[in-house]
Design a protein around this ligand. Structure first.
Ligand code: NAD
Ligand code: IPM
Ligand code: MN
Length: 346
């Protein structure tokens, strides 16, 4: 039996986690996937219950899991906590070695019609942001915060860049065979090394085309002509920013999932968005980000390709029938959406 650890977290996290698990439980019996789901406190709710965002029991459960699902963490309540929920998330990623964060952006027909961007600009958009997740300015030492001075360190080693590059090139090999490496090599030392290693790794993949793009112009091109991208590989902070920007293509963060992979531990699946304190508790969160994250789990951790396909096709039909949450311009509540999807899967 597979063990799935669920970390609902804070804000809309528990709302979309409940939604996702209900849908998973409706979908899987006919595929014979045998699993149990165990929930653990993580983030702000873990600070409230144990005093720390990543309790030892939660970390241990994640280390022993076959797959991990995360809702979202954080919120104003814990902004001044000695250790914030976000710090717990970084510790979890570092502890599990989740260096490769895969953030797909794909526009289906039903989403195309709802986008704030013109249809012809986004029709057929299908790219993946491969974000390095355990290095760069998020983790570099030294760091300090004093009254008159603050310091962060952006640090990358050659081997950290090599392994994320190989991940990106391997993904590109299964797709349109194009990698866009995004950096700031006109200014940053880490980006100069990044570009050099990208060129080196590209030689191992002669069938894949490599291009470089500076992050500022990449930010512009992502909206101006998003169809040109296949696989975008970039460092931790740039990947964080560009992936939220990419949510303007579907028009909401509420439909974007992610998968994070390591070299030896199980993978973690989570929406790219946060705990959305502005809509928490209102039953209006879009659960698709979580549902698509579950679909990535079915494919990538459990090789349940047909189940994932059925789930995504059912989501598409439900949207086409007019069930859309507020972020997509509709009036459907989270629970109504889940109900409609469950009916569709019956
Ligand atoms: P956010 O991503 O939580 O929200 C940004 C905007 O998108 C809000 O208007 C929100 O309502 C909307 N939104 C996000 N998800 C949605 C969904 N599923 N359906 C409908 N609308 C949705 O970003 P923020 O407000 O800057 O951050 C809130 C908290 O979340 C912060 O504490 C931040 O650190 C944390 N955060 C956590 C994660 C994570 O858990 N992985 C990721 C990002 C931010
Ligand atoms: C994300 C979030 C996190 C990040 C925060 C909450 C630490 O924004 O998962 O994209 O910056 O990685
Ligand atoms: Mn982010």
């Amino acid at each position: 039996m597979k063990k799935i650890v669920a970390l609902p977290g804070d804000g809309i996290g528990p709302e979309i986690m409940d939604a996702g698990i209900q849908v998973l439980n409706q979908l899987t019996p006919k595929y014979g996937l045998d699993y149990k789901i165990e929930r653990y406190d993580f983030g702000g709710c873990a600070i409230d219950s144990t005093g720390t965002p990543l309790p030892k029991t939660t970390l241990k459960a994640c280390q022993e899991a076959d797959a991990i699902l995360l809702g979202a963490i954080g919120g104003p309540k814990w902004s001044n906590a000695p250790k914030r929920p976000e710090q717990g998330l970084l510790e979890l990623r570092k502890n599990l070695g989740l260096f490769a964060n895969i953030r797909p952006v794909k526009i289906s027909k039903s989403l195309e019609a709802l986008s704030p961007l013109k249809s012809e600009r986004i029709r057929g958009v299908d790219f993946i942001i491969v974000r390095e997740l355990t290095g760069g300015i998020y983790f570099g030492e030294p760091r300090e915060l004093k009254k008159e001075r603050a310091l962060d360190t952006c640090l990358y080693t050659r081997s950290e860049i090599q392994r994320i590059m190989r991940q990106a090139f391997n993904i590109a090999r299964t797709r349109k065979k194009k990698v866009t490496s995004v950096d700031k090599a006109n200014v940053l030392a880490t980006s100069k090394l990044w570009r050099e290693v990208a060129e080196e790794v590209a030689k191992e993949f002669p069938d894949v085309k490599l291009e470089h793009q500076l992050v500022d112009s990449a930010a512009m091109l992502l909206i101006q002509n998003p169809k040109q991208f296949d696989v975008i590989v970039t460092e931790n902070l740039f990947g964080d920013i560009l992936s939220d920007e990419a949510s303007v293509i579907p028009g909401t963060l509420g439909v974007l999932p992610s998968a994070s992979h390591s070299e030896k531990n199980s993978s973690l699946y989570e929406p790219i968005h946060g705990s959305a304190p502005d809509i928490a508790g209102k039953n209006s969160a879009n659960p698709l980000s979580m549902i698509f994250s579950i679909s990535m789990m079915l494919r990538e951790s459990f090789k349940e390709y047909s189940a994932a396909e059925e789930l995504e096709a059912a989501c598409e039909r439900v949207i086409e029938k007019g069930y859309t949450t507020k972020d997509l311009g509709g009036k459907t509540t989270t629970t109504e959406f889940v109900q409609a999807l469950i009916e569709e899967l019956k």
